[in-house]
Design a protein around this ligand. Structure first.
Ligand code: PLP
Length: 377
């Protein structure tokens, strides 16, 4: 959200062009809330949400671990001060030579969801710890991660057995309940499946250690969302329900929930127009759109709070679009967005809760527009 520090920064610096401003104090509060409410759980920040070096350095200093998906992300986490034992290679889709590079850098923890990937890890990172990701349906998530990642629980058992047979440490089970998950119960089903896998593996003499509870912790956009404490309680209850007092080691991988509410995009109204003489709906074109960093407006999935200096005036629904020459570059049209009737070309608008999944999604120079600038304060 637009904190006093962010507003003061924008007033003082008047940065030209669309930009993201991130307040590190908010990220520190988010980290402390995860650490306080889930005291026994290690926190692996999902680097892809916002890999700004200042954010990684802050989190490394606070004691965070890092969930990475590529060698450059591993290198960024190391450069920020994390030791390799605090880094997981959490992507289930890795080149064998990238696994070898991660192994050489000292990374010991790898995600898999197939026999083929286990074989790559066994060859390129002998002796490593692997956890198998299981499928979830993503129900209740505003940005579901669908069927691309994970395998059915019965296959996970066979994947972990294969890992063990190849000399890897079959370490645990992971899942991701879908990003921006607002159903507190979402973890319950997956934890029941995880426990069943622990039991089967124990029957084979293999004691799994860890459940990776993934991300999914939300940011408040327009609708209210439960607080971190409510998630911690629901997860703790589900863990106790399924594992009793033999609780496994647990980790979480928050991305959006760590940085989403810490950033605000400053943008500018470029054009306000209509499509015919008695058109009731204004088209408001901003200097940022889907290709400038707001990719999560795809299918209008994420609906950002948008504020202006004219918010005391009456509002009417508008179509909001970006500045590029691609007709896909429309942010909100199926559900038009209420903006002040007095809104004018040149006005500044603030797109709130935009700290996650914005700079990393910005295109390099589509139509010559530079990637989204970021200021971390
Ligand atoms: C993207 C991702 C996350 C972060 O998800 P959020 O919903 O943003 O918290 C965590 N784990 C994995 C494996 C991911 O790919």
């Amino acid at each position: 959200m637009a904190t006093a520090r962010i507003l003061e920064f924008l007033r003082r610096e008047k940065p030209e062009g669309p930009c993201l401003v991130v307040d590190l104090k908010v990220i520190e509060e988010n980290y402390e809330a995860f650490a306080r409410t889930m005291p026994g759980t290690r926190i692996f920040y999902a680097v892809k949400a916002n890999p700004a070096p200042e954010i990684l350095a802050l989190l490394a200093g606070l004691g965070s671990c890092f969930d990475t998906a590529s060698v450059p992300e591993i290198e960024m986490a190391l450069a920020a001060g994390a030791t390799p034992d605090r880094i997981s290679f959490g992507n289930t889709i890795k080149k064998e030579r990238d696994i070898a590079r991660a192994h050489a850098l000292g990374v010991k923890l790898y995600a898999v969801d197939s026999h083929e990937e286990v074989e790559k890890v066994a060859r390129a990172a002998p002796g490593a710890q692997v956890f198998c990701r299981i499928l979830t349906d993503g129900a209740g998530a505003e940005w579901p991660l669908s069927r691309k990642f994970g395998c059915e629980p019965a296959m996970a058992e066979s994947v972990l057995l294969h890992a063990h047979a190849l000399g890897l440490v079959a370490y645990g089970v992971s899942f991701h309940v879908g990003s921006q998950q607002t159903r507190l119960e979402a973890w319950d089903v997956a934890l029941g499946q995880a426990k069943a896998i622990f039991n089967t593996m124990a029957g084979h003499g293999i004691i799994l250690q860890m459940v990776n509870l993934g991300g999914g912790f939300p940011t408040k956009y327009l609708k209210q969302v439960p607080g971190t404490g409510a998630y911690a309680n629901a997860i703790h209850e589900a863990l106790t329900k399924h594992f009793g007092n033999a609780l496994p080691e647990t980790i979480i991988e928050p991305g959006r929930g760590m940085v989403g509410n810490a950033g605000v995009v400053k943008a500018e109204v470029v054009l306000i127009s209509r499509k015919h003489a008695n058109d009731n709906t204004r088209w408001v074109y901003l200097d940022i759109g889907k290709f400038g960093g707001l990719a999560e407006t795809m299918d209008e999935a994420i609906r950002y709070p948008i504020t202006t200096a004219r918010d005391d005036d009456a509002r009417e629904p508008c179509v909001i679009a970006g500045p590029t020459c691609d007709s896909a570059d429309v942010l909100y049209e199926k559900t038009p967005y209420p903006l002040p009737v007095t809104l004018s070309v040149g006005d500044e608008v603030l797109i709130e809760a935009a700290g996650a999944y914005t700079t990393t999604y910005a295109s390099v120079a589509f139509n010559g527009f530079p990637p989204l600038k970021a200021y971390v304060i």
